[in-house]
Design a protein around this ligand. Structure first.
Ligand SMILES: CC(C)(COP(=O)(O)OP(=O)(O)OC[C@H]1O[C@@H](n2cnc3c(N)ncnc32)[C@H](O)[C@@H]1OP(=O)(O)O)[C@@H](O)C(=O)NCCC(=O)NCCS
Length: 177
């Protein structure tokens, strides 16, 4: 891609997004971008983002099989990523499959989107906590989760490259924004 074709935010290395919204479901028009973001990093990146169940290359059929739990993230009205409500265990909602447009990562959109998504989940008064698993090597994601109030923040690795950590956000522990 020539530099003149790159998104302005990539060229400037900055992000000035006003509105971050979360809506239930995934529209078919956003599928090509989602599959592109999920697959361009190869099988390792797909596993980092989605865990072991989705197989490389990610296909529309795999996504649609779970579309009931998928929520779409919009930044100033444009498709910006997804996050998924995976399952509920007792009063805890377990989430995952959190992925942002590569051009938006590291600019605080993840924190805003996840904070908003957890607030949506806590609108259900029977939910006491939100949980997730993250690979220990995934420092940007862990930092994003810590900023939202998830803990404990994992410390040094065990040597297993796919060592996974469990983090939770109890109701009332979300960091004020
Ligand atoms: C996980 C993800 C959705 C988070 O969104 P995001 O917009 O990057 O999150 P934020 O910008 O709010 O927070 C990321 C933080 O990590 C920091 N960071 C970036 N690279 C880092 C690194 N290598 N080591 C440590 N921290 C890092 C950022 O500076 C930022 O912290 P700051 O606000 O204190 O500066 C996004 O990074 C993403 O799509 N990653 C790829 C898919 C993935 O791994 N998903 C997670 C599955 S568990």
């Amino acid at each position: 891609m020539g530099i003149l074709c790159m998104p302005i935010r990539s060229v400037l290395g900055e992000c000035a997004i006003n509105a971050v919204e979360i809506r239930r479901g995934l529209s078919e028009e956003h599928m090509p971008a989602l599959l592109d973001w999920a697959n361009t990093g190869g099988p390792g990146f797909l596993k980092q983002f989605a865990g072991p169940k989705w197989r490389y290359p990610l296909t529309e059929a795999q996504v649609m099989a779970e579309v009931g739990g998928i929520f779409t993230i919009f930044a100033d009205g444009a498709f910006a990523g997804i996050v998924q409500a995976l399952y509920r265990r007792e009063n805890r909602a377990h989430i995952g499959r959190f992925l942002l447009d590569p051009g938006l990562r590291g600019t605080g959109i993840g924190e805003r989107a996840l904070g908003r998504f957890c607030a949506m989940l806590f609108e259900n008064e029977t939910i006491d906590a939100v949980s997730l698993n993250v690979y220990r090597f995934n420092a940007p994601a862990i930092r994003c989760y810590a900023k939202c109030g998830f803990g404990p923040v994992p410390e040094s690795g065990t040597g297993d490259p796919w060592d996974s950590c469990f983090m939770t956000l109890p109701r009332g522990a979300a960091n004020p924004r």
